[in-house]
Each structure stands twice: as structure tokens, then as C-alpha cells.
Write a protein that binds this ligand. Sequence first.
Ligand SMILES: Cc1cc2nc3c(=O)[nH]c(=O)nc-3n(C[C@H](O)[C@H](O)[C@H](O)COP(=O)(O)OP(=O)(O)OC[C@H]3O[C@@H](n4cnc5c(N)ncnc54)[C@H](O)[C@@H]3O)c2cc1C
Length: 432
Amino acid sequence: MSWDFETDPDFQRELDWVNEFVATQVEPLEFVLGDPYDKSDRVAEATVQPLREQVKQRGLWACHLGPELGGAGFGQLKLALLNECLGRALWAPSVFGCQAPDSGNAEILARFGSPEQKARFLRPLLDGEITSCYSMTEVHAGADPTLFVTSAKRSVDGWVIDGEKWFSTNARYAAFFIVMAVSNPEVSPYAGMSMFIVPAETPGVSIVRNSGVGTEPEDEGSHGYVRFDHVRVPDECLLGDEGAAFAIAQTRLGGGRIHHAMRTVGLVRSAFDMMCERAVSRHIRGGRLGDLQMTQERVADSWIQMEQFRLLVLRTAWLIDKYNDYRKVRKDIAAVKVAMPVVLHDVVQRAMHLHGALGISNEMPFSTMMVSAEIMALADGPTEVHKVTVARQILREYEPIDGAWPSAHLPTRREAALAALSRTLDHAAAEH
Ligand SMILES: Cc1cc2nc3c(=O)[nH]c(=O)nc-3n(C[C@H](O)[C@H](O)[C@H](O)COP(=O)(O)OP(=O)(O)OC[C@H]3O[C@@H](n4cnc5c(N)ncnc54)[C@H](O)[C@@H]3O)c2cc1C
């Protein structure tokens, strides 16, 4: 019997160190440095490198990866607890070498890449020297990848890629793109799309604009509208097998979704802490805001939602460790993905509201967090699609009944119980 909610003391010591390190050394960085993915920012790199060294010395670098790739490889459950601490600070994932989308890209390079691809692209990515980009969504098609039209045609010396991708995060900073393209239009899209590694400097790759989210200034965002115009790449740039793009995408997105959720637990917690601090600090009508029952309801509802979500994330992480196969945990990951934007939105909205005008001002982080909640409902697939996955997987576990009456139909059950027990009941009645 094992059903244990304790963190082992050795690892708790590591988490205590991480919490202290993030709060004192990493959180301040977002107020003085630019984008964590901009490796050309020499001041930022020089400032952050000593922190990365401390993380490496502590054995906490790139913990999502196994030891053969330089990570601690201590599994998803411990990673979940670690990522909770990292979700509170913008720079923390980059300081700990597990930032999305690089972490997911590293995962598929590690799993499907050739030795040459690993040496050229994976190694510097793991060392935090470069940034990568995952280029799948197109302007006219996102949630339904079977509609993608970006093509990869065979040429004498490799492949020629043509098409446009949209919302390719960090395209502007990326050293390479992982591009999903139709390599065989004659077969089903599930067998006719392939993944290609395209170095950013390849002729024909251009960024039409850098879209932002929320109120970010136009063309200064991180999500590239990218054009691939007759981009020639050699055979060695094919990632995995030809036609294997869907399988590779599932591997990547499965990990990506749960890692986002782990960090979101930390983000929700920070909004919750702000709410509670406000509740005990702000005075109103002769008492504290937290003495009003409607405030208490907000605090209680938020805590319950947060704890439910956290337990779902931890249990899903535990299941991934148990099966070591994302396909066996699809329902659970999809459920986490559905729950994530709701809990983030609800807790942030309540915290924001309790801060009054200050809450919606640009002097508090709530507006950005609200946009993050909507991002979580879209990035890596919209909520609706994941709800369908959850429901389909659940319904597979049920058998249809014969006839019109449900198996819980009371008269039918009574009749069956009487038939099964009639002799016993008759016997008991005769004796008493
Ligand atoms: C911040 C951010 C970062 C991103 N980063 C990347 C990246 O790095 N690389 C990349 O390739 N993509 C990225 N994306 C794109 C993301 O994967 C897509 O936004 C997502 O797949 C949805 O596609 P779409 O935006 O085209 O919406 P659509 O496909 O147009 O869907 C719009 C809406 O239609 C509804 N809908 C769609 N399908 C269904 C369905 N089957 N059932 C019911 N309703 C449905 C939903 O309400 C959905 O929100 C990012 C997105 C965001 C917001």
C-alpha cells in the first residue's frame, strides 16, 4: 500500500534551496533584464550565467532530461514540485535550463534525432547557448493539423520547404526551427507529414512579423509569422522518420502540456498569495477585507480550486513516471490541460478584483496573468479538443447495455435481487 503525499526530506531540502534562490536571485531579474530567450543580449547572458552555474553545481540543471543528456533525470513527480517553484518567476526556467518551448524541442531531438543532429542542435540547446522554435500552426489552421499545407518536396539533394507558419514562439531569437510539413500529399495527413530541422540562417526563411499577446506593442512580440520560401534543406535535416510528424508532435506536446501545468501551479499560488496578503492588509468598514464573508468565499474557493488542480498535476506526473509512456496518460494530461486555464483565470480574477483599481492597473501583474490564462486555453491545443480527448477515453471504458432499462434501473434491480435471494428469504422466514 503506498498512497503518500509527503515530499522526501532530501528533496524538500533541494526545494527549500530553490525557493530561496528564486525569490532572492532570480525574481529580480525580470525588472532589469529583457527577454530570457534573447541570447544576443550580452548583458543578460553575463548576469545570468553565474546563476546557471550555481544551478548546475547543485545538480538541478535541465531536470526534465535524463543523465545521459546532462539532466538529473529524477522523473516527472519531482520535476512537478521543482517547476512549481520555477513558475513564479519569468527568468527561472531559463536559469534552470528547462524553459518551454526549448524543453519540448530538446525532448524530441533527444528521442528522434540522429547523432549528428544531437551534436549540432541538441547539445548547444541543452547548454543554454541557443534558442529554438517549434513551427507547426498555420494562419488558416491550428487546432486541426490535418489542414496544414506547408509542403516539403523531395529534390535531388534533399527537400524544398514552402509555406507559412504562425505563432511560432521565439522565432526571432531561434537558431533553428522544427517545422511540420506535408511531405506526401497522396496519403492521409497522419502518415504524410514530416518534421524538419531548419537552421534559421537558411536562405528563404523570413519573419513577416513578430506578433505579441495582450497589450504588447505591435510587431514587438515573441510569436513569429514565419515564411518558408523555397527553403532547401539536406536529407540530414529530416527529424525522425519520413511521415512521422504526428507521432513526434504528440510526444512533444504531451510533455509540454504537463510542464506548463506544473509551472502554472506556481503562478496560481503567487496570485493566491497576493489575494491573501491583500485580504489581511486592506482595511474597510472598520475591519479587514478578509473579515468580509464574500472575501472569505473568494479565498476558500481559490484555495480549493488550487489544491484540486495541484493534486491532479502531481497525480498525472506520478502516472507518467509509472508508465513512462505519454500515450497511456493522454486522458490525464488532457484533463490537466482543461483545468489549467480555468483555475488560473478564476484565482487571478478574484485576486485582481480584491485589489480594486490597483488590481487592473499596470502596476500589478494581474492583467498579464489573465492573458496567460487565455494562452493556456489555446497554446498546445484549445480546451474543447482536450475535453473531447478526456470524454472519448473515459467512454471507452464503458460497455453498452442490452435492452431499454439502464443497469441502475430500480425495479429491474429489485426484481433481480428478489430472484437471487428468494430461497434465502423464504428459508429465513420459515425459521423465524
Ligand atoms: C502564446 C501562444 C504561443 C504559441 N506557440 C506556438 C508555437 O510555438 N508553435 C506553434 O506551432 N503554435 C503555437 N501556438 C499556436 C497554438 O498551438 C494554436 O493557437 C492552437 O493550436 C489553436 O489554433 P488556432 O489559434 O488556429 O485556433 P483555431 O484552430 O482557429 O481554433 C479557434 C477556436 O475554435 C474552437 N475549436 C477549434 N477546434 C475545435 C474542436 N475540434 N471542437 C470544438 N471547438 C473547436 C475553439 O474554441 C478554439 O479556441 C501558440 C499559441 C499561443 C496563444
